[in-house]
Write a protein that binds this ligand. Structure first.
Ligand SMILES: Nc1ncnc2c1ncn2[C@@H]1O[C@H](COP(=O)(O)OP(=O)(O)OP(=O)(O)O)[C@@H](O)[C@H]1O
Length: 335
């Protein structure tokens, strides 16, 4: 991770604290991640691990009571210093978003064509009606919606869930963003439709050089699309690096647990043993490594000291035992 990269997004030392009556609660701490143009970063972790807060911080949309520190650079510009007005211009323009539920993202009383042209018009007020329509049809085609001419005049309820999500993606990329933040974009869709959405993201990154941050619980989705992965546990990074390195040789028992919970294709019995236990609440963080109460490999040291990162060339992990040969993957002895 030390090589020279053209990062469109570079997040360093991100910390998000929520003030409370009994002191502040730190939801995100010491989080670093980056994504280069044309690259896909998978941001993975269980519910409550801080994925959404981290990306809300990138978009300048955190609730006002939260305190955010660190650095979030977009194309070299520090976003945490940016006035709200300038941030609004970047959001929806150079940074676009896609969320889980395509129905709430679309207006049920407007045709799909009207919604795409409206998104285009906002950033291109001088385009003629005809030019807007032509561009909208191109966008429908880009996201593989068959018969765009006919679909243009239809309403969202006339589209299937997968087709609606394509429309949402078309709107998101209407103004050629450089970064797309996709928060659980396929969770509401069935598996075959998920694969089609993955293909569209892949095309957007290849053909348009779009950088994508893919927020998900789903390691299968990350495996199919991402170049790099950042795994959050309880608001901190457990492990991050090149996707192949992390999947081939997870260094953190939490990563290994997540991987073991992915159903394996070659097995008739899906190995769906999720990691037992739950992450700590923000109000009652354990001392030492946050994962140690759930970790099969915890040592006394793990309950005493927060682990530093260990670097393995293409990945790094915050685990006291990251450098050891633990029987972590696939083995029933491992978990
Ligand atoms: N508005 C809020 N006020 C107080 N605490 C919050 C608020 N929003 C989030 N949190 C807490 O911050 C932590 C991180 O939440 P976040 O939503 O980022 O997790 P997540 O990984 O995105 O989870 P999910 O997958 O469920 O969206 C959680 O412990 C959550 O309870």
């Amino acid at each position: 991770m030390s090589e020279k990269r053209d990062n469109i997004l570079d997040v360093r030392g991100l910390r998000i604290a929520i003030p409370g009556q009994d002191g502040e609660r730190v939801a995100v701490s010491n989080v670093d991640f980056e994504v280069a143009r044309g690259e896909v970063l998978g941001l993975v972790g269980e519910s409550g691990s801080g994925k959404s807060l981290s990306m809300l911080a990138v978009m300048g949309l955190l609730p006002h009571n939260m305190q955010v520190t660190g650095s979030i650079r977009f194309d070299g510009q520090e976003l945490l210093d940016l006035p709200a007005r300038q941030m609004r211009k970047i959001r929806g323009g150079r940074i676009a978003m896609v969320f889980q539920d395509p129905m709430t993202a679309l207006n049920p009383v407007l045709t799909v064509g009207a919604q795409i042209t409206e998104a285009l018009r906002l950033h291109n007020p001088s385009l003629s009606r005809r030019a807007l329509r032509t561009r909208a049809l191109e966008l429908l085609d880009l996201v593989s919606i068959p018969m765009p001419e006919r679909r243009f005049d239809q309403y969202p309820h006339e589209f299937s869930g997968g087709m609606r999500q394509r429309v949402v993606i078309a709107i998101a990329v209407a103004n050629d963003p450089e970064l797309l933040i996709a928060d659980e974009p396929t969770t509401a869709l069935d598996v075959t439709i998920q694969a089609q959405i993955v293909e569209i993201f892949d095309r957007l990154r290849r053909e348009k050089g779009l950088a994508i941050v893919l927020i998900t619980h789903d390691l299968g989705l990350v495996a199919g699309l991402a170049d790099r992965i950042t795994i959050l546990y309880s608001g901190r990074i457990a492990e991050r690096g090149e996707i192949e390195a992390v999947f081939r040789r997870p260094r953190h028992p939490y990563t290994a647990g997540l991987l073991a919970a992915v159903p394996s294709i070659d097995s008739t019995i899906a190995r769906l043993h999720a990691i037992e236990g739950t992450p700590p609440s923000l109000a009652a963080r354990p001392p030492g490594c946050q994962f140690h109460p759930r970790c099969a490999f915890a040592l006394p040291l793990c309950a005493e000291r927060d682990p530093d990162f260990q670097w393995f060339g293409q990945s790094m992990a915050a685990c006291h035992r990251a450098g050891e040969d633990l029987p972590m993957i696939g083995g029933d002895d491992g978990r």
